[in-house]
Design a binder for this molecule. Structure first.
Ligand code: NAD
Ligand code: WQD
Length: 341
């Protein structure tokens, strides 16, 4: 019988791409998503790509009754927990929303898993747990800190998971600390579909390219980086999806908590990303330099050797691949999933 994976937040950007990998690898997938930041059209498109059905349940993970009934009715072998709110600026303006949703949904999930003896979990963490890193590249054992409520929720959840793994319940938990996800499925039929004005660089660039925004604002050109603009480790979402499969396949050590950096190991500046996008799309991106965005750091990129060693995973796609794939998605769907719904 195929293993059945509960994917929380599966209608979202990273979840929908990961479900494709899961279905293609032969897993059965059950999704819980309250659609607070996604559109069910993403899962319809996943079904078109894989030719397999996705079992979807539209409720909030904090609804313990519904979650309990779902896990009771299904034999769940493992959980991938993507669900959460992720906008850094919004988390500073609405901390209770973030603590409530991200911690509340995780508590509800863990309690339900415990009740039904489901103890394998892969959790979506973030490079944000390293705060302003003192040295680069970032290794998993470096000091962790957060500079905003969103980051605090990731730190707190990681702590919760580590504590759970030390109980006698046999938990086997892996946190994947994603660096900066970009790209889309090569078909161009699913991709990142932010609500309102995008916070992240590449979705913003894509909307400039379609004419939805006038120009890109580059936040600062006086950082201690080669061209003065911020440097990040952009990881293709298809590589990220593959990392979840690798993590799932290594959940065979009860009583273990592990965290892995999921990046490429290379840094790319804002202006380099803009150039890569222009080359991949053939579209010129007008931009203006502005002040630094509060809370931003100079540079952030991963040491990825631990994931290579222990998960047998490494990124295979380039930043140019990510730009080309994001552009295919955006140009085919200028208004995201709203074009079809
Ligand atoms: P996303 O917003 O596209 O997906 C998250 C999904 O979770 C959404 O579909 C949303 O509707 C759902 N959700 C939120 N709260 C819920 C709740 N209480 N109950 C049920 N569903 C709920 O985000 P994403 O980019 O796919 O990110 C997935 C995970 O990865 C998040 O936990 C995020 O913090 C983490 N992460 C994302 C990035 C990034 O830049 N995209 C980087 C590092 C980590
Ligand atoms: C990248 C670079 C900006 C927009 C965020 C979260 C992090 C993680 C990933 C969830 C920076 C510059 C951006 C723009 C710009 N998410 N920029 N103009 O800030 O590295 O990380 O997303 O866990 O927690 O903080 O990503 O894409 O916002 O910015 O110049 O309009 O692009 O200053 O140097 P960031 P980003």
């Amino acid at each position: 019988m195929p293993e059945r994976i509960l994917v929380t937040g599966g209608a979202g950007y990273i979840g929908s791409h990961t479900i494709i990998g899961l279905q293609e690898a032969g897993y059965d997938v059950v999704v819980v998503d309250n659609l607070s930041n996604s559109n069910p059209e993403s899962l319809k498109r996943v079904e078109q790509i894989t030719g397999k059905q996705v079992e979807f349940h539209g409720f909030d993970l904090q609804d313990r009754q519904q979650l309990d009934a779902l896990v009771q009715a299904n034999r769940i072998d493992a959980v991938i927990h993507f669900a959460g709110l992720k906008a850094v600026g919004e988390s500073t303006a609405k901390p209770l929303l973030y603590y409530g949703n991200n911690l509340g949904s995780t508590l509800s999930l863990l309690e339900t898993m415990r009740k039904h003896d489901v103890n394998k979990l892969v959790f979506s963490s973030s490079a944000t747990v390293y705060g302003d890193p003192r040295t680069l590249p970032i290794t998993e054992d470096m000091p962790r800190s957060a500079t905003n409520p969103y980051g605090h929720t990731k730190l707190m959840i990681e702590q919760m998971l580590e504590d759970m793994s030390k109980t006698s319940d046999g938990w086997n938990i892996t946190s994947l600390r994603y660096f900066n996800p970009i790209g889309a499925h090569p078909s161009g039929s699913i991709g990142e579909d932010p609500n309102g004005i995008p916070n992240n660089l590449l979705p913003y660039v894509c909307q400039v390219a379609t004419g939805r925004r006038d120009k890109l604002t580059v936040f600062g050109d006086d950082y201690a980086t080669p061209d003065g603009t911020g440097v990040r480790d952009y990881i293709h979402v298809m590589d990220l999806a593959a990392a979840h499969l690798a993590a799932l396949q290594h959940l065979d050590h009860p009583g273990t908590y592990k965290a892995y950096n999921i990046g490429t190991g290379a840094g790319t500046s804002v202006l380099e990303l803009v150039k890569a996008f222009e080359e991949a799309s053939g579209v010129t991106i007008p931009y203006q330099i502005a002040d630094r965005r509060p809370g931003d750091i100079d540079s952030c990129y991963a040491d990825v050797s631990l994931a290579a060693r222990e998960l047998d995973w490494k990124a295979e796609r380039s930043v140019t691949d990510g730009c080309a794939d994001s552009w295919r998605w955006q140009s085919q769907n200028p208004h995201g999933y709203a074009d079809r719904t």
